[in-house]
Design a protein around this ligand. Sequence first.
Ligand code: NDP
Length: 290
Amino acid sequence: MSARIIDGKGFAEQLRARIADAVPPFCAAAGRAPGLAVVLVGEDPASSVYVRSKHRATVAAGMESFEHRLPADTDQETLIALVDALNADPAVDGILVQLPLPRHLDAQAVLLRIDPDKDVDGFHPVNAGRLATGLDGFVPCTPLGCLMLLEDTLGDLSGMDAVVIGRSNIVGKPMAALLTARSATVTLAHSRTRDLPGHVARADIVIAAVGIPNFVKGEWIRPGATVIDVGINRTDDGLVGDVDFAGAASVAAAITPVPGGVGPMTIACLLRNTLHAAHRRTGLATADLP
Ligand code: NDP
């Protein structure tokens, strides 16, 4: 194996420490802590684990965590009323509704209801539009974390060829927009893409967000490329990514592991977005924030 392993866990710990350092000055200026509200509907075990770790990380950073756990049979009106109340609550800077919602609920309508200036997940179309047009807004946490790891590994991304595999609204599309904004040349691949191995073979940067275990093969990767594996797949062999790690690591220059790569960056970036939301809402400068 020749690739450098990109230590997302370590990077995320440092980012969280820098965020925690920025909280006391905010509290002194604003007279309160930044606040993150997380809404969980139902008992989905994976979602419960995510919500618990978001709560712990928020509190550890010195921020206020408001957890709202609603029963699985909650109706649309009740959920919308909660979002409205959180939009109006001055102590709440960020609102996150944990997905997936139970099937009887309209997730799109709920996400549309969140005040875009409290949308720390960056899923509201207003924030997607801001990202697409180069305006300041909230960027979805997972692609933001990937970008941080890439810039830490490669420095300036300008002119690099990047292939993003997967075009979801939460990972692939915002990832492609972020890389375009950094002047990379981006190919956004998906299930209808012809000759995916041929595209990957030309790429300096490969981002895999597909949801299929070990989907990207080592022999597709261009020697010296940097590989970011977003995938989290639960298999009989434990958690595995979307990239054949052993194969890719033998040719790539750098690669993220699963677990311990992109995953920890997602929560760190959620805290980062909440810190920024709190500053913007209070009229405080964000320029020096992590
Ligand atoms: P989605 O299921 O929403 O999207 C998957 C994408 O992969 C789609 O665009 C789909 O194409 C594409 N795809 C599927 N099959 C192929 C194929 N054979 N060839 C090329 N492209 C294909 O997934 P998400 O974006 O939500 O998540 C992707 C992965 O990232 C999952 O493993 C998920 O668990 C993980 N994830 C990890 C996070 C983290 O914190 N680390 C956060 C979020 C997700 P099409 O559009 O044509 O259907």
